[in-house]
Design a protein around this ligand. Structure first.
Ligand code: ATP
Length: 502
């Protein structure tokens, strides 16, 4: 699994999808740049989301609020007081960890030990091995697994909200610094994840601001502006994509957890009392959206939250099977009227909706869907990257991206660099480029060019050869099957369109 993940990171760099930020200065931790192909894939994911949310729903409209917001926003939302992670320092190594992650990792290690014992026994007993019996009778495995479950349940119940509890658990389990083995820990402190900045030049008039840690608040403070100017009727939604910033303590796993990332969020405003029905509606609708990409049903699962954030009365994650296991990809939260009421309180303005059918004013309830664009990118990219063993025993690396998301839809390749073939190829490109991203490549043998396009995820390769001069046909090669068909140049547009349209 670790190897798969390393492959993902190096493929992303080698083929121009993702580079570490400011790499000439050795990079900036957990900040990344999207390169020539990455920016296209990312844009296509964003558009795929936007189309399904805004274009396909006549009661959802878009918004692009500013990253900088009035600082009171974050007081009202609870981020100033509560957007914290528990942090612990090791006194000897001076290394800093997220206390809850330290516990989680420790639990995972215990689980792995249990699994190893199970595998060893399976190898020893062969067909006679009864796993169910083994895990209930082998003393060591019973101990590991019960400890593992105990820790997980304590974490799920929000034990990490109480700093003393989490410190007590770290001591009780005798958790060591994973890098140095030292068990000499400080107390656990709260660490606020918001990035601060200043607005204005002079020292006395400058205003302390935050870079937004989520896009949602830009939607809430504009709720009434949009409702009135768009004459929207509850239930309705506001969708937004944009950058968010979090000063994450443990930043690892590539673009899974970044300090600067992009969210795609939709806030759906409903009548109080109807939020549960919409919550279930959006849970299902969002899972369906994910499944429509064809990455495999088995790669998704719901995780319903036992412990709820201060603003929620129901919450679930859609988890995805990343190269490092099932982790949160999207959150669906029933946020009640917490945010709008808080902004009413802090601003002194009414944020109420007049419901003409009920003939009454109320603060709507909100159901939110929130997915990380970069996490979506990682899910799509990592799952699509495959090594295939071909019939002749050789291997090929192919990025089986959903065609609708592929950065380049077709590459046009003249078989040789002479006899007028390049000119015909360029003419085909002139025609197709109004509708699709198309690439031209004439370097190297055609087989190598095919492999390069496979690695970039290009669904089609169009090859111009000598027969083209005679009858205006070309070959079109399909990335996944490697099958080639001979077709008329005039048919190309429809063939591609058919495969890559949303
Ligand atoms: P996590 O528990 O993984 O930190 P979260 O519960 O804090 O995530 P939310 O606040 O619900 O996440 O944010 C909504 C979505 O934004 C997440 O489902 C995830 O896809 C994305 N996201 C959150 N933090 C990051 C990050 N640091 N880097 C990339 N994407 C992120």
């Amino acid at each position: 699994q670790e190897d798969i993940f390393k492959n993902v990171v190096s493929h992303a760099k080698e083929y121009g999808f993702i580079f570490p930020s400011s790499e000439v200065y050795d990079g900036l931790s957990a900040v990344y740049d999207y390169a020539q192909n990455g920016v296209e894939l990312k844009k296509n994911i964003r558009e795929y989301w936007w189309k399904s949310m805004v274009q396909m729903n006549d009661n959802i409209v878009g918004l692009d609020a500013a990253i900088l917001m009035h600082p009171t926003t974050w007081k009202a939302s609870g981020h100033v007081d509560a957007f914290n992670d528990p942090l612990i320092d090791n006194k000897d190594s001076k290394k800093r960890y997220r206390a809850d992650v330290l516990v989680e990792d420790f639990a995972e290690k215990i689980n792995q030990k249990a699994q190893k014992e199970i595998e060893k026994a399976r190898a020893r007993f062969g067909d006679a091995f009864n796993e169910e019996e083994f895990v209930t009778t082998n003393a060591r495995v019973v101990e590991y697994l019960s400890k593992y479950k105990e820790i997980l349940s304590r974490l799920a119940k929000g034990m990490t909200d109480d700093l003393q509890d989490v410190k007590a658990l770290i001591d009780e389990l005798e958790i060591a610094d994973p890098e140095t083995g030292s068990k000499n820990w400080t107390d656990v402190k709260q660490f606020n994840l918001m990035f601060g900045t200043k607005l204005g030049a002079s020292a006395d008039s400058a205003m302390d601001l935050y870079l937004r840690p989520e896009t949602a608040q830009g939607i809430f403070v504009n709720f009434l502006n949009v409702q009135k100017s768009g004459r929207m009727k509850v239930p309705f939604g506001i969708a937004q994509t944009g950058k968010a910033f979090r000063n994450e303590i443990v930043a690892r796993q590539f673009i899974f957890r970044m300090r600067e990332f992009e969210q795609m969020e939709m806030q759906f405003f409903v009548r109080p009392g109807e939020e549960m029905q919409w919550y279930h509606h959006w849970k299902e609708a969002r899972l369906k959206w994910h499944l429509s990409l064809g990455l495999g049903k088995e790669n998704y699962r719901f995780h319903d939250h036992e412990k709820l954030a201060h603003y929620a009365n129901a919450a679930a994650d859609i988890e995805f099977n990343f190269p490092f296991g099932f982790k949160e990809l999207e959150g669906i939260h029933s946020r009640t009227d917490f945010d709008l009421k808080a902004h009413e309180q802090y601003s002194g303005r009414k944020l109420q909706y007049f419901d003409p059918e009920l003939n009454e004013n109320y603060v709507p309830y909100v159901v939110e869907t929130s997915v990380g664009l970069d996490r979506m990118f990682l899910a799509v990219f990592a799952t699509s990257l495959q090594e295939e063993v071909l019939e002749d025993g050789s291997t090929r690396t192919v990025l089986k991206l959903p065609a609708v998301l592929a950065p380049t839809k077709a590459a046009v390749l003249p078989l040789v660099k002479k006899d007028g073939l390049p000119d015909i190829a360029k003419k085909i490109i002139e025609d197709l480029k109004w509708d699709f991203n198309v690439a031209y490549d004439e370097k190297d043998a055609v087989g190598r060019r095919y492999r390069r396009q496979d690695a970039l995820g290009t669904p089609f390769c169009i090859t111009v050869d000598h027969q083209t001069i005679e009858d205006e046909t070309v070959t079109i090669r399909h990335r996944d099957t490697m099958k080639q068909d001979r077709v008329k140049i005039s048919e190309l547009k429809d063939i591609i369109e058919n495969e890559v349209s949303m």
